[in-house]
Design a binder for this molecule. Structure first.
Ligand code: FES
Ligand SMILES: [Fe+2]
Length: 403
């Protein structure tokens, strides 16, 4: 019943809505979530919304050129104030009863104000959310927690990331939401699974040859990093060959980054894909235990060269194929976890990011150490007990429960 080291989480943690509630509380609301890049909201009044579980957030730029993140919830009767993204002018006006707030979140006008007794507008401003801007990306953390800042988590990679001038990138397209009928961990695990690359991605592995690498960041291992060099190509493939041929020099990048693809995963549910020609973020948004949205926006430095446009298109084509291959794989894995045949499986020593992901979840949600699924209405209680007794051995506590 107890997990071994170098072992996946049990299958039930990928199919249980009660477990997802624990993940929401212990992983997602305590860690940083990316809303968008500052360049998505360049002008005063520009806003960008982000829905996450039952939370509604909005990043908005004010007349002082500052960006704030607020709960996107009216203080009157809780209506959602802003939809999607856009510009709200000088005021955020509630669509229900027309309360309006300035761009700093202050409640400024209330129709029929005299009818509200003992009413002080200052008590009803928008609620701010803790935020951080890292390399132009706007992050928010919904619950107070000891999670280090995004900058601290990325600290071991600041130097290499700074080469890409991410503060200056602009959106290449709108946000897309790609639904997947799997648990969010399938998508996240697959992102950091290195052993499948040569087996399941003939196009990608043809492009990066045997240069594909994987590592955990130093400084606490918050970041999972993968990378590949395109000059190590080992197979012929039309999109790959054309991409390599057309990709023009990026003057801001050193020689060893001209043909280098890298991937960074910020715990728990964010991925940065960084290419010489563009970058994108992918965020794995759980909808329920068996449904996930992949939220994605591509960005790039302004570059009007025709070869750059062609290279970006080819990059998209190569990665579209990779995505289709991965979608099939994660569906197979989710299906397998629903069968009676599987509980958990071993992880190879080289799969450092998968081992780390499972360990991080076991540490924050120790009920995931149990091989057999507890009753849904018991999960929270058992987890609380395990958390309280973190110093003692999980095995002892569970054995005691059974007697
Ligand atoms: S709910 Fe917003 S004004 Fe009433
Ligand atoms: Fe993959």
């Amino acid at each position: 019943m107890i997990y071994k080291s170098h072992q996946t989480l049990p299958a039930w943690t990928y199919t249980s809505d009660a477990f997802l509630e624990l993940e929401k509380r212990h992983l997602f609301l305590n860690n940083w979530q990316l809303i968008c890049h500052s360049s998505n909201i360049p002008n005063a009044g520009d806003y960008f919304t982000f829905n996450f579980f039952n939370e509604r957030l909005v990043a908005i730029r004010n007349e002082n050129d500052e960006i704030n993140v607020f709960h996107n919830v009216c203080s009157h009767r809780a209506t959602k104030l802003l939809e999607d993204d856009g510009n709200c002018g000088k005021r955020i006006r509630c669509p229900y009863h027309a309360w309006s707030y300035d761009l700093f979140g202050n409640l400024k006008s209330v129709p029929y104000e005299e009818q509200f007794k003992n009413f002080d507008k200052e008590d009803h401003n928008l609620k701010p959310v803790q935020m951080e801007i890292f390399l132009g990306f706007i992050f928010a953390k919904i619950n107070p927690s000891s999670a280090p800042s995004v900058a601290d988590q990325f600290n071991p990679y600041l130097e290499e990331l700074s080469l890409y001038k991410l503060e200056d990138i602009k959106p290449l397209g709108r946000v897309t939401m790609r639904p997947r009928d799997v648990n969010w961990k399938q998508v996240a695990d697959n992102y950091v699974d290195a052993l499948h690359i040569p087996v399941a991605h003939p196009g990608l592995s043809g492009l990066v040859g045997n240069s594909y690498g994987i590592e955990l960041s130093e400084d606490g291992g918050f970041i999972h990093k993968m990378w590949g060099d395109l000059n190590k190509t080992r197979k012929k493939n039309l999109s790959n060959d054309l991409y390599k041929k057309l990709l023009p020099e990026s003057k801001h990048l050193p020689k060893n980054k001209q043909m280098h693809w890298s991937y960074y995963r910020l715990w728990p549910n964010l991925a940065f894909d960084i290419y010489p020609d563009q970058m994108d973020f992918m965020q794995f948004i759980p909808i329920n235990s068996r449904k996930t949205l992949i939220r994605e926006i591509p960005y790039a430095l302004p570059d009007e060269r025709r070869e750059m446009k062609a290279a970006r298109y080819l990059n998209w084509r190569i990665n579209r194929e990779v995505n289709a291959e991965d979608t099939e794989l994660i569906n197979f894995v989710q299906e397998g976890m629903e069968t009676s045949a599987y509980s958990s499986g071993p992880l190879a020593e080289s799969e450092i990011c998968l081992i780390d992901s499972a360990e991080k979840i076991r540490n924050s949600i120790p009920v995931s150490c149990l091989e057999v699924e507890p009753d849904a209405d018991e999960i929270v209680k058992i987890n609380e007990e395990l958390l309280e007794n973190k110093d003692k051995k999980v095995k002892n506590i569970f054995d005691k429960k059974k007697t």
